[in-house]
Ligand binder design. Structure first.
Ligand code: NAP
Ligand code: ZN
Ligand code: ZN
Length: 347
C-alpha cells in the first residue's frame, strides 16, 4: 500500500476537499502512474452529487487521466518507466465475457470496474484521477501518442472516446451531414472528430455565444435551438445527430431535423427521463441509439486518430484548489470547453 494525496467529496452535499488514501501495492501486471493532468467530466458532477443514485463516499472523481509511468510490475510488457500514458473510465472488467473478448469492455456482462465510484475485485471502493498517483493493470492503460499535448489529451480519455465510438460504429463519414447537440466537453470533441471524419457538421446549441467557436472547431453551421424559424429550416437535413446534453431537454424538435432513416446517437446522460414523442421516430423510420464510452483498443485508435488530425481538446487548466468553482462554472455553461486539473497543484 502507498499513501496518495487527492481531493474527495465526503458526501453528496459536500464540496470537494483534500483527502489522503491508500493505493494498492504494485502487482506483477500493474503500472504505478504519476498523474500529471485530469479532466473534469460532467459525469463527475452527476456522481459527486449522487444524481444517478448509488454513489460511494468518500468519492475521489476523475476519469480523464494522463500521467507518467513511475514503476512497472515484474510481468508488465507494454509500458516502461517514463512512458506517457492515459487511463479512462474503467480500470478492469471480467476479461472473459463476449463483450470483453470483443474488446468492448465497457459493455462487460460482469460489469466493468469504474475508475472511481466503483468497487475493485476485493470489494474496496475505487478512487479516480483527482489524485497524485494511480495503480492500474497495464491492460487497462493506453499510450498517449507523441504529438498530443498532455493537458489537451486528458479529455480524450472520456469526451474523445465517447464521441468517437458512436461516430465510428454508425459509420459517420464523408458526405454525411452530422448535427451535434450541446457544445460542451463532449460536444466540442464531436465537432472536431466529426469534421476530421469528413462529415459536414452543424452545431445545435442553447448558447448564441458559442457561434464563433463552433466554426473555429470545424462546424460548417450553427443554430440556436430557441430560434424555431432557423431550426425549422433544418427539417430532414441530417443523416446523423449526436446528443451530448447533460440535462433533460425536448429532443423532438431536434429529431425533426433528421432525414428518413436518420440516427440520433444519445451519449448525454441526464438524471431524469427524456421526453420523446413516438411520431418523432415512427413517421420517418428514425433510429434512437445510445452509446457508452469505448473499449481499450478503440480508445487507443481514437488517440492515434486525434494525434494524426492534430485535434486535442480545447482546455482551461486549473489548480485543484479551484475544482468546486469549476463545477459551478461548468453548470453555468462557462467552460471553453473542458477544465483540466494540473496535478502539480497538489504538491
Ligand atoms: P458539459 O461540458 O457540461 O456540456 C453539456 C452541454 O449541454 C452544455 O455545454 C450545453 O451546451 C448543453 N446543455 C446543458 N444544459 C442544458 C439544458 N438544460 N438544455 C439544453 N442544453 C443544455 O458536459 P459533458 O462533460 O460534455 O457531458 C455531457 C453529458 O454526457 C453528461 O450528462 C455526461 O454525464 C454524459 N456523458 C456520457 C458518456 C457516455 O459514455 N455516454 C460519457 C461521458 C459523459 P450548449 O451551451 O451548446 O447548449
Ligand atoms: Zn466522463
Ligand atoms: Zn466482461
Amino acid at each position: 500500500m502507498s499513501s496518495v494525496r487527492g481531493y474527495a467529496a465526503l458526501s453528496a452535499a459536500a464540496k470537494l476537499e483534500p483527502f489522503t488514501f491508500d493505493r494498492r501495492s504494485l502487482g506483477p501486471q500493474d503500472v504505478r502512474i504519476r498523474i500529471v493532468f485530469c479532466g473534469i467530466c460532467h459525469s463527475d458532477i452527476h456522481q459527486v452529487r449522487n444524481e444517478w443514485g448509488g454513489s460511494i463516499f468518500p468519492m475521489v472523481p476523475g476519469h480523464e487521466i494522463v500521467g507518467i509511468v513511475e514503476e512497472a510490475g515484474s510481468s508488465v510488457s507494454r509500458y516502461r518507466t517514463s512512458d506517457r500514458v492515459g487511463v479512462g473510465c474503467f480500470v478492469d472488467s471480467c476479461r472473459t465475457c463476449p463483450p470483453c473478448q470483443a474488446g468492448e469492455e465497457q459493455y462487460c456482462e460482469g460489469g466493468m470496474i469504474l475508475t472511481y465510484n466503483g468497487r475493485d475485485q476485493s470489494g474496496a471502493p475505487t478512487y479516480g484521477g483527482y489524485s497524485s498517483h494511480i495503480v492500474v493493470d497495464e491492460r487497462y492503460v493506453v499510450r498517449i501518442p507523441e504529438p498530443l499535448p498532455s493537458a489537451g489529451a486528458a479529455p480524450l480519455l472520456c469526451a474523445g472516446i465517447t464521441t468517437y465510438s458512436p461516430l465510428r460504429h454508425w459509420k459517420v463519414g464523408k458526405r454525411d451531414k452530422l448535427a451535434v447537440v450541446g457544445l460542451g466537453g463532449l460536444g466540442h470533441m464531436a465537432v472536431k472528430i466529426g469534421a476530421a471524419l469528413g462529415a459536414e457538421v452543424t452545431v445545435l446549441s442553447t448558447s448564441e455565444k458559442k457561434r464563433k467557436d463552433a466554426k473555429r472547431l470545424g462546424a460548417a453551421d450553427f443554430v440556436v435551438t430557441s430560434d424555431s424559424a432557423s431550426l425549422a429550416k433544418l427539417t430532414r437535413r441530417f443523416d446523423a445527430m449526436i446528443d451530448t446534453v447533460s440535462a433533460p431537454h425536448d429532443m423532438n424538435a431536434c429529431l425533426e431535423c433528421l432525414k428518413t432513416d436518420g440516427t440520433l446517437m444519445l451519449v448525454g446522460a441526464p438524471d431524469k427521463p427524456l421526453s420523446i414523442a413516438g411520431f418523432s421516430l415512427v413517421l420517418r423510420r428514425r433510429r434512437l441509439v445510445g452509446s457508452l464510452i469505448g473499449g481499450i483498443e478503440e480508445t487507443q485508435e481514437m488517440l492515434d486518430f486525434c494525434a494524426k488530425h492534430k485535434i486535442p481538446a480545447d482546455i482551461e487548466t486549473i489548480p485543484i484548489q479551484q475544482v468546486n468553482e469549476a463545477y459551478e462554472r461548468m453548470l453555468r455553461g462557462d467552460v471553453r470547453y473542458r477544465f483540466v486539473i494540473d496535478m502539480q497543484s497538489l504538491r
